[in-house]
Ligand binder design. Structure first.
Ligand SMILES: [Zn+2]
Length: 492
């Protein structure tokens, strides 16, 4: 089955601007690199969307039977405040503001990043390399680029010579920017920078005396330019030319354009066959930004502690909501949209549980194979999760018809239907079953049992026991509310 479907997988390649049939470099294997976070603050929701999008890609490739090596880096040095190689290192700045070691900042926010992505049920990558762990590799690449005439040293810093590179290559082919425009649009005044030309970018920067994250190199004690780490780590683990490189849309320029230039200038090879970019996330129709207050953090959604939300939402509901839009579309986040997604999610999960209880008939009145093919067609069309979800809602209708006796499936079809629903919901979309039908049911019964014991204690005027039950439940996040019709409870 997998083989037949593999040939049909099409991926929108940002480099060509069109959907292309996916053909990996090595049959049955896929090398995939995704730019990870710069770990200087809590991961924001827009980043989570990007990583959920590539988790979907990873899961689907695995589902098709590919052996995938998924590499996603952690940027723990070299990313300056300003993309034009200026300003303080983002991690060093945070360390200064909080009077901590830079590596304490890195550790804190790497843990936050992992915990948050785990809540979204993202699978971990196979390799998660760090920039600081690959300084030697980065220095080696700089040496090659200098040897090949595409970089120059000034006062201990090394810059990539974009104009020189462009004589034999095409700088701007990914972002569609023309080099003439880049020059015309620059506001940098001549003589203010060490660079020969403003569009050149840093491969190595000599450290100023107060810059604390520094390493020795042939040029100076300094630190690598931000774009270089991804070239070093992707080619080290995936080869000079690999299959898929992903990241957020905002990384297309300059970051990914520079990655291509660095690879071509050092190895002479095109580094990536399929460039994929996930689109951004807006909040109530506007760009998210801390400065304007139009911002919501993942943990605020899970606890409901942000005024843009009327309640808390489970991570799987948020994930489902994200996957209801195609990864290349802008996704607008709002309380109403989440409420609608939650309803849809519950309908799907309830139908899935209903399906498990349905018995087979002698024959079938529904074409399961055609439906299953539609699901694959959706995913094969550039990972079109919203169309897949629409197909799963078609299945919900059929499940209710089966339950009410208006449709029939023979044993083979029923088995296929159950297995496919399971595979698409949990393996491909990566949703988690959080309906009361699952483990929640046991929890509900247990809390109800404790409420019963507490009611009995109160009737016996044993308030010590009744208070103990209420307080200890409260300690673990289960709140009891006494009303006219008995005691209700809520779980945080
Ligand atoms: Zn990167």
């Amino acid at each position: 089955m997998a083989k037949e479907i593999n040939q049909l997988l099409k991926i929108y390649n940002s480099l060509s601007g069109s959907k292309e049939i996916f053909k990996p470099v090595l049959e049955d294997h896929v090398g995939m690199y995704v730019c990870g976070p710069t770990v200087y603050n809590n991961v924001h929701l827009g980043n989570c969307r990007t990583f959920v999008s590539f988790d979907l890609v990873y899961r689907y490739l695995k589902h098709l039977g590919y052996k995938v090596r998924y590499v996603r880096n952690i940027t723990d040095a070299g990313h300056l405040e300003n993309d034009a190689d200026e300003g303080e290192d983002r991690i060093a700045k945070k360390a200064r503001l909080e009077s901590l070691e830079p590596m304490e900042i890195v550790q804190r926010y790497t843990i936050d990043f992992h915990e948050t992505l785990a809540k979204f049920n993202n699978l971990p990558p196979n390799i998660e390399p760090t920039a600081t762990g690959h300084i030697i590799e980065q220095i080696e690449i700089i040496k090659k680029i200098i040897q090949n005439g595409c970089a120059y040293e000034v006062n201990g810093s090394v810059y990539f010579d974009v104009l020189k590179f462009n004589e034999n290559h095409h700088y701007g082919k990914l972002s569609g920017r023309q080099i003439e425009e880049m020059i015309a649009n620059t506001r940098e005044l001549a003589g203010q920078s060490e660079k020969k030309n403003p569009q050149d970018f840093a491969l190595w920067k000599k450290a100023e005396p107060k810059h604390i994250m520094r390493w020795p190199s042939p040029w100076s004690v300094g630190f690598p330019g931000w774009h270089l780490e991804c070239t070093a780590m992707s080619t080290k683990y995936l080869g000079y030319t690999f299959d898929i490189h992903g990241g957020g849309m905002d990384l297309k320029f300059p970051h990914h354009e520079c990655e291509i230039a660095q690879s071509e200038a050092s190895t002479g090879k095109e580094p990536v066959n399929y460039w994929m970019h996930a689109n951004m996330l807006t909040l109530n129709g506007k760009k998210m930004a801390k400065s304007t207050g139009n911002n919501v953090l993942p943990n605020e959604i899970f606890t409901g502690s942000n005024e843009v939300l009327s309640k808390s939402f489970q991570p799987s509901v948020v994930r489902f909501f994200m996957l209801m839009s195609h990864y290349r579309s802008i996704l607008d986040f709002s309380n109403d949209a989440l409420l609608a997604a939650e309803k849809g999610f519950m309908r799907l999960m309830n139908a899935y549980h209903l399906l498990k209880k349905i018995d087979s008939s002698k024959d079938s009145s529904f074409d399961v194979q055609a439906w299953k093919q539609n699901c694959y067609d959706a995913m094969n069309d550039d990972f079109n999760s919203p169309i897949l979800i629409a197909q799963l809602f078609e299945a919900v209708k059929v499940i209710h018809q089966l339950n009410e006796g208006f449709a029939r499936l023979d044993s083979v079809d029923l088995e296929t239907f159950k297995n496919s629903m399971h595979a698409f919901l949990f393996d491909v979309l990566g949703l988690e079953d959080i309906t009361p039908n699952n483990q929640g049911e046991k929890l509900t019964k247990t809390v109800e049992l404790l409420i019963g014991l507490r009611t009995e204690a109160r009737l016996n005027k044993d308030f010590q026991t009744s208070d103990k039950i209420r307080n200890q439940l409260s300690d673990i996040g289960i709140q009891l509310k006494d009303g006219k019709d008995g005691t209700a409870f809520s779980i945080e």
